[in-house]
Design a protein around this ligand. Structure first.
Ligand code: ADP
Ligand code: MG
Length: 230
């Protein structure tokens, strides 16, 4: 351990007892292990970029319930297996918030993983081709939080829609899913190969226990670049 010698010097300077020295050494070792575990969980989550809640400007989106977001960042939703749906137009911070909440989860000891809607569909397709869907599903089941980003931006074919239906059934009451989408629920059948029945069943599972955060307003980036021009 890196602090071993400085801790040793510190204790002899303070004439600390041997028991005191051991206890300080143990707690330093424990906190080092914990911080390494946090880093490991964050790396394993494969976030496209880290996005901190402390960098989120709530004033830019008055329609968003800040208190609710702060409460969610304490991650009770993970233990409750509650899902989160962030819905709103492009650029309003949906992905930012999904990543921030999952980062908090990693820091609190939970395992998270980031997917886009297309990447989870591709992951299922590859697993099907290699006949390892059950292996994929057992690894997904071990997670505590899964982000599905950008649901609704691209149409999904029948097989992809079936994979997603399987995915949401798997997660139901087992894993918290954070979905970001530009589409209100009424338009979801369009995305899922026009299959209204399956979409209904999927929404049923997703929304059984859910926090819906609707974000309105203009794109944050657009606003920033307009500000700069002025
Ligand atoms: P969306 O997923 O809703 O399309 P993003 O989360 O990708 O939007 O946001 C676009 C960019 O703007 C990102 O770099 C994000 O960090 C930033 N951003 C969006 N909203 C805010 C905000 N309220 N405060 C700070 N940064 C923001
Ligand atoms: Mg996004």
């Amino acid at each position: 351990m890196a602090e071993y010698s400085s801790l040793c010097a510190e204790c002899s300077r303070e004439q600390a007892t041997y028991a005191d020295y051991l206890s300080r050494l143990t707690s330093a070792e424990l906190s080092e292990r914990e911080s390494k575990a946090v880093t490991r969980r964050i790396n394993a989550a494969k976030f496209p970029t880290p996005k901190e809640l402390s960098d989120f400007d709530f004033k830019a989106v008055p329609s968003l319930n800040k208190q609710k977001v702060l409460e969610l960042s304490r991650c009770g939703f993970v233990s409750d297996r509650t899902n989160i749906v962030l819905v709103g137009p492009p650029g309003v911070g949906k992905t930012h918030l999904a990543i921030s909440l999952s980062l908090s989860a990693c820091r609190l000891g939970h395992r998270a993983k980031f997917f886009t809607a297309s990447s989870i569909v591709n992951t299922y397709r590859e697993a099907r081709e290699e006949r390892v869907v059950s292996r994929l599903e057992s690894s997904l089941r071990k997670l505590d939080v899964i982000v599905i980003d950008e649901l609704g931006y691209l149409p999904i074919d029948q097989t992809g829609a079936e994979s997603l239906f399987g995915f949401f059934s798997l997660c139901y009451e087992q894993v918290s899913v954070i979905v970001t989408t530009n589409l209100p629920f009424a338009q979801w059948p369009q995305t899922f190969a026009g299959d209204a029945r399956m979409t209904g069943a999927l929404l049923d599972r997703l929304t059984h226990r859910v926090e819906i955060l609707a974000i309105e307003g203009d794109s944050y980036r657009l606003k920033q670049s307009r500000k700069k021009k002025r």
